[in-house]
Design a protein around this ligand. Structure first.
Ligand code: BES
Ligand code: MN
Ligand code: ZN
Length: 487
């Protein structure tokens, strides 16, 4: 698919115009549409066929015009719009384009809406087809033109990243949506190697033998019940930089399936646990994007991959393991496995690469949904400046994130009884914060942020922009962050 920016309404199969409640054609639209078509559209407003109600669409087939169809989209009352309204509008446009089997479309938008609408459009075009026998046809849409009042350099730059998202995000979503029977930790490593080779970054796989030798017994322990071995995958990308220390290290939870271990998850909570490698997939997608766009700097990705399975070899609740940094962890709940694998990934990364800052992304807790629901990612960390920067980046790329307090009392509550630490603590309740508090014991001095996408990585019920499964929550923010800290 090709994207373009223009200041004039170009010829295409379908033209999309959107209106808030009670808005009608403005002078600019009228002149761009031409008198005849404008009149036809206005007639539909007059007859109240279309009033701009939220979700309302009206398709016209204006004769003698340069568009086969003109689609009017309603946005409802502006003051009552939900935060994702513009994203959803973009997704709706992709649905309409698909239904019309259009090969080219033109979307009239403005400065304020352009990028969010475009991201929504891209998200909406995605379909997960891997397990569908039919319907493998490639979509017919070839060209999408966004029409703006003026086209500035900034818009062209934004479009580059939107194009990149259109290229990368479907493969990230495919990877996350793939069922666990078709994707184990070593498959993740192989896929990372392929992506690295194609996009231009170095991939190193630390297999079980190496992990044991290094002392990464926390990660090894989580994976010991599965027949596929755990691994840590290191992605290294460098462009125009001789720096010794990475500008940022991105670290992702890569549990290819989370049964809960011997603390087995019940029906209703286990079925979609193939999503538990989202963090690792997002990290891979981030590095791919940076490499393909030749972002200058030195960036590190670390994927902590394991399958949290049950078997006679699986870790027992109460088992004690020694992590890479020498701290011992009592795994009193095998279902709190994400923090255990990230413990090794964080301390290994900090000690061996000394990154200037670290950010991890993980479907770490279900508890984060109690605080923030299914549409807002929880953000915690150790340095206000870095935290603010992450939240700022999220805003710029239209991802919803909100900070939770990572106060020292929570950190102290992770102390173990017979060991240095325990992976869960009774009676604290603040589940998302406790997940982050545990992780803090594995970060020494590097500014660090933790993204809990336990609520946002996956949708149970379809939304206009995510019809099934993986949402790519966090991907745009991590890319924006890398751009911010690029050389
Ligand atoms: N992978 C889950 C968290 C999760 C749940 C992500 C639902 C996405 C959707 C994680 O490993 C987990 O099981 N967390 C537990 C921790 C608890 C045992 C302390 C949770 O939050 O329930
Ligand atoms: Mn779990
Ligand atoms: Zn998990």
């Amino acid at each position: 698919m090709k994207f373009a920016l223009s200041t004039s309404l170009t010829t295409s199969d379908v033209l999309f115009l959107s209106f808030f409640k009670s808005e009608t054609l403005n002078a600019k639209m009228k002149s761009a549409l031409g008198a005849k078509t404008a009149k036809q559209v206005e007639a539909r407003f007059k007859s109240k066929d279309f009033e701009g109600d939220e979700g309302q669409t009206l398709t016209l087939f204006p004769e003698g015009s340069k568009w086969k169809r003109v689609v009017l989209l309603g946005r409802g009352k502006n003051a009552e719009a939900v935060p994702q309204a513009t994203e959803f509008l973009g997704a709706k446009i992709s649905d309409c384009a698909k239904a019309a089997k259009a090969t080219s479309i033109t979307i009239l938008t403005d400065e304020a809406d352009f990028s969010e609408l475009a991201y929504g459009f891209v998200l909406g075009t995605y379909e997960f087809k891997r397990y569908k026998a039919q319907d493998k046809k490639t979509p017919s849409l070839e060209k999408v033109t966004f029409v703006l009042p003026t086209v500035k350099k900034g818009h062209c730059e934004q479009l580059t990243w939107i194009e990149s998202f259109e290229h990368v995000s479907p493969s990230v979503r495919d990877l996350i949506n793939t069922c666990a029977g078709d994707l184990n930790p070593m498959d993740m490593a192989k896929i990372a190697e392929q992506v690295g080779k194609k996009s231009g970054f170095k991939v190193t796989v630390l297999d079980l033998k190496k992990l044991r030798k290094l002392g990464c017994h926390a990660l090894a322990g989580v994976g010991q019940g599965a027949s596929s071995e755990p691994c840590m995958v290191i992605l290294e990308y460098r462009h125009k930089s001789k720096a010794k220390e990475p500008n940022i290290a991105f670290i992702g939870k890569g549990i290819t399936f989370d049964t809960g271990g011997l603390n087995l998850k019940p029906t209703g909570h286990i079925e979609t646990m193939n999503q538990d490698m989202t963090g690792a997939a997002i990290v891979l997608g981030t590095l791919q994007t940076l490499a393909e766009n030749k972002v200058p700097g030195y960036f590190l990705g670390v994927m902590a991959c394991a399958e949290n399975a049950i078997s006679d070899r699986a870790q027992h609740p109460g088992d004690v393991v020694k992590a890479y940094n020498g701290k011992t962890i009592e795994v009193n709940n095998t279902d709190a496995e994400g923090r255990v694998v990230l413990a090794d990934a964080l301390s290994y990364t900090e000690k061996n690469y000394k990154p200037k800052r670290m950010i991890d992304i993980a479907t770490l807790t279900g508890a984060v949904t109690v605080a923030l629901g299914y549409t807002i990612t929880g953000v915690m960390g150790t340095e206000q400046k870095f935290l603010d920067c992450v939240l700022d980046c999220a805003k710029r790329v239209h991802e919803r994130m909100w900070p939770l307090p990572l106060d020292e009392d929570f950190v102290k509550l992770c102390k173990g009884n017979c060991s240095d630490l325990k992976n869960t603590t009774d009676g604290v309740r603040a589940g998302a914060i406790m997940g982050a508090a545990f992780l803090k014991h594995f970060v020494e001095k590097t500014p660090w942020v933790h993204l809990d996408v336990g609520g946002t990585a996956w949708v149970e019920h379809p939304t206009p922009s995510t019809k099934y499964g993986a949402t790519t929550a966090g991907l745009r923010t991590l890319i924006e962050l890398a751009k911010h800290y690029a050389d």
